[in-house]
Ligand binder design. Structure first.
Ligand SMILES: [Zn+2]
Length: 371
């Protein structure tokens, strides 16, 4: 195992922040797998899962079982990790710019597409290498005006040439689920079977340029642009893995999640001698098939349903009680589907989103992710 550190310059005099990457296997070995956690810096379940995975990788390395290259960034966002206000963590947006840490990644297809016109060949395998090299050059040329720019540039520099990118997040209160591109459905199924995810939400472009899609959208765009001229491979499987809810942090769960991730690494040929994925595949539903419900008034939320429950349209999921008027209003399911996440807070303002469900039919399009 090797460790690489990169210091961000620091915006305040006398301050620096550090990114750390741990790597197993020979540099350049394939498949290359890149895993990171806590890009949203108040989401810790994935951090503990990766801690346990790293212990397992040390054992595998000692036994000579690492066959690919595995890179782990165990805490991807030291800027957000340090942001606390009045005893509350504020890890989702950078407070200086209020930008979501998991949005605004560069559009690599736009940056490399023109330069590729004179470089691509008749070989998909050669084009894979050529496109990755062009992406590396584009990332190296990205301007850095802030630590947030430097963070994005460093993470993408480490991950852009991986065959697999697993970005480990969590939701408020949720079942294990994941977001993926439609490009490589067999890998999506494999990851569901390895992790025990209950739901895969599929979309090519969700809006906002999240980290996972920064790795998949360029291949889809380039494939369309060069259709009939040059073969473009589906160069990367990338996913946002939602390790349940923010409070689901304990060593027993993390150890199981780490073992599940190792089963995935075994199944894709990055580590030898691993247990096989032990779960069933999950439904693959379109991200546009998710729906949400909003608070009919401000008040206190009490839940009748739990994440993982299947809802029928019109069914009561929660109540919101206004303690002053004593009015208790139901919150009903806007459609039938799997209740996969609910809000963490037990009080709400009128109009706030309270829960999301997912079904097989597309209901909406456009910008599909929350801020
Ligand atoms: Zn997140």
């Amino acid at each position: 195992m090797t460790v690489q550190t990169i210091d961000l310059a620091g915006e305040a005099p006398g301050s620096t922040r550090r990114l750390v990457r741990h790597s197993w296997g020979a540099a350049g070995a394939r498949p290359k797998v890149y895993l990171q956690a806590a890009l949203h810096a108040d989401e810790m379940p994935g951090v503990i899962a990766l801690q346990h995975l790293m212990d397992l990788l040390d054992v595998a390395e000692a036994e000579g079982r690492i066959t690919g290259e595995i890179c782990v960034v165990p805490l991807a966002n030291p800027i957000g990790f340090g942001q606390w206000i009045s005893h509350k963590p504020m890890g989702r947006q950078e407070l200086e710019s209020m930008q979501n840490f998991n949005r605004h990644y560069p559009d690599l297809a736009t940056l490399v597409a023109d330069a590729l016109e004179t470089k691509l060949t008749e070989s998909a395998a050669e084009n894979l290498t050529i496109i990755r090299a062009e992406m590396a050059a584009a990332i190296a040329a990205l301007p850095v005006k802030s630590d947030l720019d430097a963070l994005r540039k460093t993470l993408l520099g480490w991950s852009h040439d991986a065959d697999y990118v697993l970005d480990c997040h969590c939701d408020h209160m949720a079942v294990m689920h994941l977001y993926a591109s439609p490009l490589r459905p067999a890998d999506t199924s494999l990851l569901c079977r390895a992790t025990g995810a209950r739901l895969a939400l599929i979309q090519e472009v969700s809006g906002g340029n999240a980290f996972d899609e920064a790795h998949t959208v360029p291949w889809a765009v380039l494939k369309r642009r060069y259709a009939g001229r040059f073969p473009i491979p589906d160069g990367c499987f990338s996913t946002t893995l939602e390790f349940r809810g923010q409070l689901d942090v304990d060593d027993a769960t993390g150890a199981q999640d780490g073992a599940n991730l190792l089963a995935f690494l075994g199944a894709i040929g990055a580590v030898a001698g691993c247990a096989a994925p032990a779960h069933d595949d999950a439904p693959h539903y379109p991200l546009g098939g998710t729906d949400e419900a909003f608070a009919p008034q401000g008040g206190v939320v009490t839940w009748q349903k739990r994440p993982g429950d299947w809802l029928q349209k019109g069914e009561t999921v929660a109540h919101v009680t206004d303690p002053m008027t004593r009015l208790r209003l139901p919150v009903t399911a806007p459609n039938s589907g799997l209740l996969f996440r609910i809000e963490l807070w037990r009080h709400c303002l009128r109009g706030q989103s309270l829960f999301n469900l997912a079904g097989p039919d597309v209901l909406r399009s456009g910008d599909l992710l929350s801020d």
